[in-house]
Write a protein that binds this ligand. Structure first.
Ligand SMILES: [Zn+2]
Length: 446
């Protein structure tokens, strides 16, 4: 009799439905078609047994990655980013519309990016479109072509080809994304409250003071007002300032459709430990103090912060101004795609959280927010994208073992808890020595 299943994965420990359980996961043609108790033995061509120190997780869904290709492929690229993702347990990533050239602000630019990405991705890759001052008419074609939504800035983005939206332009863009039913991602900092002149030099405290929490709070106030007025859907990317949480909570309580993410670096790194001149720690908004970090964790625990994604945003070592250590001159962005899971798990565990919490923040919630409801979970019908994780194993981050194109990361040398032993994509383990099997994906649904 032919086996019903291609593969049965037997896991003494797995995160399913928000709990840790012993489980058997049956896979057929790349999907989970059977889910039963660990002791059941359905017929399968292949049976894989996890070790006692391993936990089976769904593959992570990272909705905030800057791949930078085409145009700035010396910063990162589809091959290197997707290899890093696979090595880090991430099975779906969504690429940001900026830092590539062209930026993804027209249908032609999207198609150019898809042509470059096709056949060189080790995990599944989807795309965000960009909303800039002169491309309102391009949002509908991009939406129809399957982008997962749009990203805009409320202040200078750092690259000339991706200008920011003034408040009136932002409101007009939100009206259009509301009409389309599309999600609008917003980089929310208010330029009037930022003093760039104070950012220069190698003193981290001066850079931090140049970008106060009030800059995020005021911009998030605009996001909430404009989202309420448009009746649309917005998402605040990379929240650093915990002081904005009460306003977001109040807006959601009143029915405004606004969600928010934070990132591994805001949860794991503390301004007090950033050495002067260590520009690998520079990002915008900045890493703040320990009290702020405690409040971000409280926001996650309370459900006021929805999800945790990397905001992987690398550049070349030269642009990080490592030689001078000038925080004002350095590119703002942190590289973490391959180590995001252990970074968050190490800190989460210290604060009493379980793996189910981390899976919720880094897999299920991001998948749900972008409509990928068959990803980010171990469930019947879901894509068989999995991560075999050893939560008690420790390792030291060795930049030579990172697949990121540029070996610059604030986590270099850090000891982390939790190692990714294997990543499964579409029902079989990813083999970085074999040709890539990742697919380009598009938004599901309206
Ligand atoms: Zn970003």
């Amino acid at each position: 009799m032919a086996a019903d299943l291609d593969t049965l994965v037997r896991a003494p420990r797995a995160i399913v439905g928000g709990r840790e359980v012993a489980v058997g996961v049956g896979i057929r043609e790349g999907r989970i078609t059977w889910l039963g108790s660990y002791d059941d033995q359905p017929a399968a061509e292949l049976v894989v047994e996890l070790a006692d120190d391993e936990v089976l997780l769904p593959g992570l869904v990272d909705t905030h990655v800057h791949v930078n290709e085409p145009g700035r492929t010396d910063w990162e690229g589809f091959a290197s980013a997707s290899r890093a993702a696979a090595a880090g347990g991430v099975t779906t990533l969504l690429d940001m519309p900026l830092n590539s050239i062209p930026a993804t602000t027209t249908l032609e630019a999207l198609e150019q990016k898809q042509t470059v990405a096709r056949d060189q991705v080790w995990v599944d890759v989807g795309f965000w479109g960009g909303s800039v001052p002169d491309n309102l008419a391009h949002l509908a074609p991009l939406h129809d072509a399957g982008v997962f939504g749009f990203k805009c800035f409320l202040l200078d983005s750092g690259v000339a080809e991706f200008p920011h939206l003034e408040p009136a332009q932002f409101r007009a863009a939100l009206d259009e994304t509301a009409r389309l039913g599309a999600l609008m991602l917003v980089h929310a900092e208010d330029a009037d409250l930022i003093d760039e002149s104070r950012a220069h030099g190698a003193v981290y405290a001066a850079f931090l003071e140049s970008r106060p929490t009030e800059a995020e709070q005021r911009a998030i106030g605009l996001v909430v007002d404009a989202t309420r007025a448009s009746g649309g859907r917005a998402h605040v990317v990379h929240l650093s300032a915990a002081g904005a949480i009460p306003a977001l909570r109040a807006a959601r309580a009143e029915g405004v459709d606004v969600s928010v993410e934070t990132c591994p670096h805001y949860l794991a790194l503390d301004a007090a430990e950033v050495p002067d001149g260590a520009t690998e720690f520079k990002c915008c908004p900045p890493i703040r103090d320990a009290a702020n970090q405690d409040e971000l964790w409280q926001g996650l625990a309370a459900g006021d912060i929805d999800l945790v994604v990397s905001d992987h945003s690398p550049c070349t070592p030269e642009l990080k101004a490592l030689a001078t250590g000038d925080f004002g001159a350095a590119w703002g962005g942190i590289a973490s795609l391959q180590v995001g899971l252990p970074v968050v798990w190490t800190a989460a565990r210290d604060r009493g959280h379980g793996l189910a919490d981390v899976v919720g923040w880094m897999a299920t919630a991001p998948a749900d927010r972008v409509g990928l409801v068959d990803r980010g979970r171990i469930g019947l019908g879901a894509s068989a994208d999995l991560c075999v994780f050893a939560p008690d194993a420790t390792f030291q981050v060795d930049v030579a073992r990172l697949h990121h194109r540029n070996p610059v990361t604030p986590y270099a040398g850090r000891t982390l808890t939790g190692t990714v032993r294997q990543t499964w994509l579409h029902g079989t383990p990813v083999d970085l020595a074999a040709p890539p099997r990742g697919r380009l994906i598009r938004r599901v649904g309206p």
